[in-house]
Design a protein around this ligand. Structure first.
Ligand SMILES: Cc1ncc(COP(=O)(O)O)c(C=O)c1O
Length: 434
């Protein structure tokens, strides 16, 4: 009842393009660890974590205490006009973790702003408005970031301050090169990149931006090494490489701290957001000093890197490193992937199981292999009915995304696997009945 009333009010005052999950949307009233309880008293295991943002989980004492102690100083905000110790300390830590030589960090409030900043830096540095982006990408909701977003359903406007050329490679499952071996797939995508530069640009492109695993695009995972091979071509033209780590950063992919490290390359810039603040609004850009410092005018973000967000983010980052959550993501991610691949073998409605670490996707397909968004929607509902919250995505809305807090336990992973198995069975039956 509480949910229904709130939904009516939501619909009358919020934009219609602000989509809600579930036939009967829910509000989180309280949460702890990996578990959330809704306003009507139902408890769920959360396998989407506020879109990969509650990376450590809910109600983590170390983070709450740090935020509380900042509140107790009375300074919630001062602006970037003044020194902020937690901001400088966080920047030092992130710069070191980045692997980018002589790195500097600029903080924003979101991933969108982080990518807008990276585009501003790259286009100014190179004095060029040309950008290379991957098909099936998602980089944010402002003008330039919508312009470099390669998913029709998330790109409301064709207006753009940058001129974009689109490159193959991120989304292998429905790529024309899908049946090639890894090595041949990489070769085909590199040849495509070269041809795109030669045929659709003036050569002096500012940057290429990539998500190491495409998040909104359905955790589409290219073969390791692809972006390293891309970088060799980019270097021939002096084109910068920006890695959008908004979803793949902070060890979520298990095997590496940054997703791009699977490609054996250090990018010129990294953008981040989501998981760093464990729910506090923080994002940013890491770039080589010469690139970061290239702007010829002042630029500030009033809220970006504020004392509350940076204190909380510092506590989150320390927690993540001290508890080696990256190793936990690798361990439990492998366990989930194995389990899900076995279930998929028995149920052809699951066409693809992919991902790394705690970033795992199931692509739902019809008998002919066509995208099956209705099956994905049904799986979202079936899982929720059994007490598990998961995410949706993909170019066709046919992908289920699993991305729990990285503090996940083995027992919770097994519980989720059991629920997903039952839910997939239920969906497979429904699909057959049609
Ligand atoms: C890879 C990627 N980049 C950028 C963004 C935009 O971040 P935000 O929603 O914080 O603006 C997102 C959000 O989902 C994302 O997944």
């Amino acid at each position: 009842m509480a949910h229904r009333e709130l939904l009516t009010r939501h619909r009358s005052v919020m934009p219609k393009w602000l989509a809600l999950y579930y036939d009967q949307p829910i509000e989180f009233a309280s949460a702890s660890g990996r578990w959330v309880t809704d306003r009507e008293g139902r408890t769920y295991l959360d396998f989407f974590a506020g879109i990969l943002t509650n990376a450590i989980g809910y109600d983590v004492a170390e983070i709450s205490d740090a935020v509380r102690s900042q509140i107790d100083t009375g300074v919630l905000h001062s602006s970037t006009l003044y020194l902020i110790q937690s901001q400088v300390e966080l920047a030092e830590k992130i710069a070191e973790l980045s692997g980018i030589p002589d790195a500097k960090v600029f903080f924003t409030n979101s991933g969108t702003e982080a990518n807008e900043t990276a585009l501003m830096l790259a286009t100014q540095h190179r004095r060029s408005e040309q950008v290379l982006a991957l098909r099936n990408s998602y980089h944010g909701r402002a003008f330039a970031t919508v312009g470099i977003t390669g998913i029709r359903g998330w790109s409301a406007s064709a207006l753009s301050p940058v001129k974009v050329s689109w490159v193959h490679g991120g989304y292998r499952y429905r790529s024309p090169f899908r049946d090639l071996s890894d090595a041949d797939y990489v070769r085909a995508c590199v040849a495509d990149l070269r041809e795109i530069i030669e045929t659709t640009t003036a050569g002096d492109v500012a940057c290429m931006i990539v998500e190491p695993i495409q998040g909104v695009g359905g955790f589409a995972t290219p073969p390791d090494g692809l972006f390293g091979e891309f970088k060799k071509v980019l270097d021939e033209y002096g084109i910068l490489l920006v890695s959008d780590e908004v979803q793949t950063g902070w060890g979520r992919t298990g095997e590496h701290f940054w997703g791009i490290q699977a490609h054996g390359v250090v990018p010129d810039a990294i953008t981040f957001a989501k998981g760093l603040g464990n729910g506090l609004a923080i994002g940013g850009v890491i770039a080589r000093a010469d690139l970061m410092d290239c702007l010829g005018a002042n630029s500030i973000s009033t809220f970006g890197g504020n004392p509350l967000a940076t204190t909380g983010a510092l506590a989150s980052l320390n927690y993540l490193l001290e508890h080696d959550l990256q190793a936990n993501a690798a361990d439990l991610g492998a366990r989930l992937l194995d389990g899900l691949r076995a279930v998929a073998q028995a149920h052809p409605v699951v066409g693809d199981v992919r991902g790394k670490g705690l970033m795992i996707a199931l692509e739902l397909v019809g008998p002919d292999g066509a995208p099956h968004p209705a099956a994905a929607a049904a799986l979202l509902e079936e899982s929720r009915e059994r007490g598990l919250l998961v995410g949706k995505g993909g170019l066709y809305g046919d992908v289920i995304r699993l991305a729990p807090p990285m503090t996940l336990t083995r027992a919770e992973a097994d519980e989720a696997l059991e629920i997903l198995t039952q839910s997939i069975e239920a969906v497979a039956k429904k699909v057959q009945q049609r």
